[in-house]
Design a protein around this ligand. Structure first.
Ligand SMILES: [Zn+2]
Length: 302
């Protein structure tokens, strides 16, 4: 637990930034920061109350816009994506898209892991595919370079708790599991994640409830490779293909144990899905597609 206070500095800095830019609605993009518009405006008032003589209304506006610009610049280079508002604090199993929209999301849990994570990254790179990696905080702490590589190669990095515990955790422990992982993801990669996956898909042991409350989208899956039980390679491929459907989310593991079968199966899984006409998207892309689809349906109903 000694890491708990470790990221206090960056969080305070971010809260200060939120205070300044609060009216611009950045709060929604930063689920790790507790607070609401009321606290943001209080922060703004506090800054004005300090009445540093050089800070005129104009210069404050200037600071606001330059901070927003630099944040946007950082966001676009680091691949930070805000998720559509309708999915904040919700649980997402798969996208309901027209059968003609043949997209599927490959997701990899429990890394970063020596060997298997880089082997999977190599395969994805060779196939020009972007995936989504739900990392375990303590593993990212051990292998920060691998986390950096995930993001540098255009994949989405997301929160899979600090310890990957299944047992019940009280609200404080749950907050630790979620917050420290997101803080480390930010510290290592510069990405502010809004995506959470509960270990084992467990919704009743604390972290899921906390993440939901913090407006994370909890991402489940529709196609389970069951690779954690190390089935034979053909069986693993079949597990994925059997449940593959447009808008689906495939669950695989780059970490948590020996993943040589997953590494062996992945090229074939990609080939099979491609032959069936699928293209590959990240979870934020899948959420965007679902959002657009729902918007379209709403317009049609009117
Ligand atoms: Zn897991």
């Amino acid at each position: 637990m000694e890491n708990k206070k470790h990221f206090g500095w960056s969080q305070n800095t971010l809260i200060a930034l939120l205070g300044i830019t609060g009216c611009l609605g950045l709060g929604l993009m930063l689920p790790v920061i507790p607070g609401n518009s009321e606290t943001h405006s209080k922060e703004t008032i506090n800054i004005k109350d300090l009445s540093l003589p050089a800070l005129t209304e104009e210069s404050i506006e200037g600071i606001k816009s330059s901070m927003l610009t630099s944040w946007q610049k950082e966001a676009s280079t680091k691949g930070v994506r805000n998720i559509p508002q309708r999915f904040q604090g919700t649980t997402f199993v798969e996208a309901k898209l027209p059968a003609s929209e043949k997209v599927i999301a490959l997701t990899f849990d429990d890394g970063p892991w020596p060997q298997s994570t880089s082997q999977i990254l190599d395969i994805l790179k060779k196939n020009n595919i972007k995936g989504t990696f739900f990392v375990v905080g303590q593993m990212l702490q051990e292998h920060p370079d691998m986390g950096k590589r995930v993001v540098a190669e255009g994949h989405t990095i997301a929160n899979h708790t600090w310890h990957h515990w299944y047992h019940y955790m009280n609200p404080q422990a749950s907050a630790f599991e979620v917050d420290n992982t997101s803080n480390l993801i930010y510290k290592v990669t510069g990405v502010k994640t809004s995506l959470f996956r509960p270990p084992g898909g467990i919704k009743t042991n604390g972290p899921y409830a906390y993440a939901k409350n913090q407006k994370y989208a909890s991402i489940m899956w529709s196609s389970d490779s069951v690779d954690y039980s190390r089935p034979s390679v053909p069986k693993l491929i079949n597990n994925v293909m059997r449940e593959a459907r447009p808008g689906g989310i495939v669950l695989m593991h780059d970490g948590g144990g020996n993943r040589s079968h997953t590494v062996q199966a992945l090229p074939q899984i990609i080939n099979n899905l491609r032959k069936k006409g699928y293209r590959f998207v990240t979870i934020p892309e899948l959420l965007e597609l679902q959002d657009k689809q729902l918007q379209m349906l709403a317009v049609k109903k009117k």
